[in-house]
Design a binder for this molecule. Structure first.
Ligand SMILES: CC(C)(COP(=O)(O)OP(=O)(O)OC[C@H]1O[C@@H](n2cnc3c(N)ncnc32)[C@H](O)[C@@H]1OP(=O)(O)O)[C@@H](O)C(=O)NCCC(=O)NCCS
Length: 132
């Protein structure tokens, strides 16, 4: 059966609670606060299991600074099926609509190539993409 995924940025309190339990997110207070205060969250849901299989979080910023992609994670067995690309593409559309100039992210060594494929560039692991 082929994979069927839905994406939504209509985030309920119960979705936030599920994201907080994800394996890779920093379990510290900081990450939980960022989830509560984030400007934009999008999740990917497997339509057959109704489970969240990926998410992306944008931190709030003022319009004269780049908006920051705080974290993106796709569950292990769902990786390399374009879910991360869709999440980033939707975040770029959102940031453009909100008139941000740039979207930044702090890539890990493992995720840098993924972000570069999505059009992010920069020195070391601090990457950004121009939005207009
Ligand atoms: C990084 C991550 C979100 C990518 O999600 P994904 O759904 O697997 O990505 P996609 O399937 O959309 O991949 C898009 C492209 O990037 C490439 N890519 C994905 N992950 C990659 C990686 N870790 N290294 C190199 N290239 C990668 C894919 O091969 C694909 O290239 P293609 O279009 O030429 O085939 C996922 O690997 C993840 O959750 N990693 C752990 C958390 C993390 O590191 N987050 C980033 C820090 S904020």
């Amino acid at each position: 059966m082929s994979l069927s995924i839905s994406f939504t940025s209509d985030i309920t309190p119960s979705i936030k609670e599920v994201i907080k339990t994800f394996p890779l997110i920093d379990s510290g207070q900081n990450a939980k606060e960022i989830i509560e205060k984030s400007e934009y969250i999008e999740v990917a849901i497997d339509n057959s299991t109704k489970k969240i299989v990926g998410y992306l979080i944008l931190e709030p910023k003022s319009l004269d600074q780049p908006i920051n992609l705080h974290y993106i994670e796709v569950c292990g067995e769902y990786r390399h099926q374009n879910i991360g690309s869709y999440l980033v593409a939707h975040a770029i559309s959102y940031a453009r609509e909100k008139r941000y100039d740039r979207l930044s992210c702090m890539a890990t060594n493992e995720s840098k190539e993924f972000f570069q494929k999505m059009g992010f560039a920069g020195e070391n692991n601090i990457l950004e993409i121009r939005l207009r």
